[in-house]
Design a protein around this ligand. Structure first.
Ligand SMILES: [Zn+2]
Length: 499
């Protein structure tokens, strides 16, 4: 029997880790959807054991040896194997290259930070959290510093952003966010003023039974092309999400009694994530090159379905027909009235509850603040004042307390610095992809009016999903749309819809 090459060993090892991570994700989804509450402790032990096993497989000193050896052989690799090897090295840097004490401090952040956030955020009492925020930012800065040169990136903050959005540079984000910020300052008040001129919106007549809401969400997710033979949609009490593996993708939503928009649009969002996972390239399954391109591109696949497709006037026509059919005929379910609900713009405090137009301002604010803290230009302890000033400047709102301000998100307490940009980058990319898909299929919107997502889904499959990580994100974006990341498409989309 011939001995395996270093690269063959790596492929086998990365496939094992991929399967362990998928198994952990399925156990987590099962915990949210069907598991009885008495099983919680048992399940957390299982999920932790799987995460530990995967971590041990990555930190095993043999992996670094194999990487070194494979890299010295790589001149005769195919371009795809070379790319797969580069991604293995990147995963290893993020997962195993930190000094032991820093890796431990980082792991403690995520475990303890979440508990502290849950315990204190509702009080808005900054004195309880300010030292922890400072500690968390200090650890994040050390982590970025330790990874920056190994990843070949220019700044500490680039190294942090790379954890979530590989292939997208901070200098590019800065330029595009500045353009967006500038224009949104005019667009938001103009949209609000225009909506004030409209005839009043009819309130929805609830209650809407959960079973009927799930019927509507399932009809739409099926029309989108989510494969219910390799996944499922479940109603839960917690926060909607998606997880599992390519061939067993579990998405969740939550039903509120008085309206059906939340369950519907979060299902559409998560089904967009799910379709990206379901359509990863089969030939490279379980390898880094076969996986997704990071959180920005992932978020583009959910937002393109949620905002760009399912908020078009055409789709809302289709939605009105379905809603009248499922919930019973009512004037409040007319396409015109549904559109007023769905397109409502209102500056507010909470990012996750923000409408499409004001959403990016929440993210641009966080990007500027976290970058300033990492660069030492802002003291983490002064976050509330800087936050509140930013909210007033960007959205014209006065933050009443830190629970509605800088303490609302779990990201900073758990050390996820560099994550926030992916939310706005995803929405921006979604608009850019939608514009390209529409250029390729001029009848795309007409099709959405009939509940036909196929022109859009096929374009996404061919240009994004089936590409896995074969190209870095910036190259994939250029190949799919003919240009690099460009805020112009997002702004054009807003102007067409809201002005
Ligand atoms: Zn998402």
């Amino acid at each position: 029997m011939a001995t395996k090459t270093a690269y063959e060993n790596l492929k086998e090892r990365f496939a094992q880790m991929s399967n362990l991570q998928n198994a952990g994700s399925i156990l987590g989804k099962d915990m949210e959807t069907t598991m009885t509450s008495g099983s919680t402790n048992d399940r957390i032990e299982q999920i932790t054991a799987i995460a530990m096993a995967s971590h041990h497989l990555m930190t095993d000193p043999q992996v670094e040896e194999w990487l070194d050896r494979a890299e010295s052989d790589a001149s005769n690799f195919s371009s795809e194997d070379r790319r797969n090897l580069d991604l293995m090295r990147r995963d290893w840097i993020h997962g195993a290259a930190l000094p032991a004490d820093l890796a431990k401090a980082e792991a403690e952040l995520s475990a303890k930070g979440e508990r502290m956030h849950v315990e204190h955020f509702q009080s808005g009492d900054w004195s309880k959290m300010k030292d922890w925020y400072e500690h968390s930012f200090n650890i994040a800065r050390e982590v970025g510093d330790a990874k920056k040169d190994k990843l070949g990136l220019p700044t500490i903050y680039d190294a942090l952003v790379d954890t979530y959005s590989p292939g997208i540079r901070v200098s590019v984000i800065e330029t595009e966010f500045a353009a967006l910020d500038q224009e949104l300052r005019n667009l938001i008040p103009a949209a609000v003023a225009k909506q004030k001129q409209q005839a009043p919106t009819l309130p929805l007549k609830g209650p809407f039974p959960a079973q009927q809401q799930m019927e509507l969400a399932t009809r739409v997710a099926t029309a989108m092309g989510f494969d219910f033979n390799r996944g499922g949609l479940f109603a839960i009490d917690g926060h909607p999400s998606s997880g599992g593996s390519s061939d067993d993708n579990r998405i969740t939503t939550r039903c509120k009694e008085g309206e059906f928009f939340f369950s519907l649009y979060s299902s559409i969002h998560e089904a967009g994530h799910g379709m990206y996972s379901q359509n990863e390239p089969l030939a490279w399954r379980y390898q880094p090159i076969g996986g997704h391109l990071g959180m920005s591109v992932h978020e583009s696949q959910s937002r393109i379905m949620e905002c760009n497709a399912a908020m078009t006037d055409e789709f809302i026509e289709y939605l009105s027909v379905q809603a009248n059919d499922i919930f019973g005929s009512d004037p409040s379910l007319s396409a015109g009235n549904l559109k007023k609900h769905i397109h409502k713009v209102e500056p507010s405090f909470i990012r996750i509850a923000a409408d499409e137009l004001t959403y990016s301002m929440h993210v641009i604010l966080r990007f500027g603040l976290e970058k300033a803290i990492i660069e030492g230009k802002l003291d983490a302890k002064d976050l509330p004042e800087a936050w509140n000033a930013g909210m007033k400047e960007k959205l014209g709102v006065i933050v009443p307390g830190n629970e509605k301000g800088c303490m609302q998100d779990v990201h900073y307490p758990i050390g996820s610095v560099g994550y926030f940009p992916s939310y706005a980058l995803g929405s921006m990319l979604a608009a850019q992809f939608f514009a390209a898909a529409e250029r390729a299929n001029p009848n795309l919107r007409t099709a959405l009016g009939k509940g036909d997502f196929q022109p859009l889904a096929t374009w996404l499959h061919d240009n994004v999903h089936s590409q896995g990580s074969i190209m870095p994100a910036d190259q994939m974006i250029k190949q799919a749309t003919g240009e690099g990341l460009n805020a112009k498409h997002y702004l054009d989309h807003f102007k067409a819809r809201y002005l």
